[in-house]
Design a protein around this ligand. Structure first.
Ligand code: ADP
Ligand code: MG
Length: 300
């Protein structure tokens, strides 16, 4: 069964000052299979958050069709089939709530001071706290939690409504490397134990490579669908070429791994890459030294 079917989806945020439409997404067609963990990787401004908001039914006026578990969006939303963890908002920390109270907000259909949670809602809250590993700090104030702990609580809040699809927007921003690895392990566990379909969007390659079993690259249009191992330097260069252009000006990007380099003017190092006299810092991690682009974490 298909969890989400996007067919020829295009969306613009109105018209710009030049009268041209501000197109955020163009002709996106993508099938997300039930039970898979799909990573959507792309540069900032590539339309990732827009795609999630469209899927949640938060934006009107798109072209094409989006169906969730073969239902129109309004019906999927009414049945609470979609859980969503937005890009982290610091403001949430200011609320004087415990972790458990935050998760309770996700479980209840309506919040009323005159109505407590039903027994089944209470057990959904306990289950959600347990599955993300937050039971031990459930009664702590959310403002006292680390980034990784807070993220688990926000995931538990989304899970408390028992969705079948979980969508996470930039889940590892502000989370340390150990927390990122735990996040990858958590989403694997959620898909395996609960049968959830999971969509993770991020501009961070490591987040996507560690926890997902398929990757779509989005930069206004969809570029490729590959397993994380298929994210070759040339695929990444294509996806992030506008980011690179913003730093170095328009470039012809010829990305390759150190092992396959035939140009004697290139000096490949573990922390930087010299291309025609310009030093380009590269990410370091536990991947292959010298590749310029390395993966941290492993595919479980
Ligand atoms: P991403 O999440 O990949 O960084 P977004 O979906 O947030 O990208 O944005 C895609 C494009 O749409 C960007 O060019 C952004 O400036 C534009 N955009 C996003 N939100 C709005 C908005 N509310 N109004 C106008 N333009 C927007
Ligand atoms: Mg975004």
């Amino acid at each position: 069964m298909t969890a989400v079917a996007y067919e020829h989806v295009s969306f613009s945020y109105g018209k710009g000052e030049d009268g041209k439409p501000r197109t955020a997404l163009q002709d996106i067609s993508l099938l997300v299979r039930d039970g898979e963990r799909l990573g959507i990787l792309g540069p900032n401004g590539g339309g990732k958050s827009t795609l999630l908001k469209l899927t949640l039914g938060l934006l009107d006026g798109y072209e094409g069709s989006i169906r969730v578990f073969d239902m129109p969006l309004a019906e999927a939303r009414k049945k609470r089939l979609i859980g969503y963890v937005a890009q982290r908002v610091e403001a949430e920390l200011a609320f004087p709530l415990s972790a458990r109270q935050v998760v309770e907000l996700g479980a209840a259909f309506s919040i009323s001071p005159f109505r407590g949670l039903s027994a089944s809602e209470r057990s959904a809250v306990d289950d959600a706290l347990a599955v993300v590993g937050a039971t031990s700090y459930a009664d702590k104030h959310i403002g006292s939690l680390s980034g990784g702990m807070l993220q688990r609580v926000l995931i538990a809040r989304a899970l408390a409504a028992k969705p079948r699809l979980l969508m996470l927007d930039e889940p590892t921003v502000g989370i340390d490397p150990a927390g990122q690895q735990q996040f990858a392990e958590l989403i694997v566990k959620l898909s395996r134990d609960m049968g959830l379909t999971i969509i993770v969007v991020s501009h961070d390659l490591r987040t996507i490579a560690a926890g997902c079993d398929r990757v779509a690259c989005l930069s206004r249009t969809l570029h490729s669908h590959v397993a994380p191992e298929g994210l070759s330097p040339s695929v990444l260069a294509e996806v992030f070429k506008h980011d690179v252009a913003a730093i170095f000006g328009d470039l012809h990007v010829d990305a390759h791994s150190a092992a396959n380099c035939k140009d004697p003017s290139h000096v490949h190092g573990t922390t930087s890459l010299t291309v025609k006299g310009q030093t380009v810092p590269t990410q370091t991690g536990k991947g292959q030294a010298g590749d310029g682009i390395t993966f941290e974490g492993k595919k479980p």
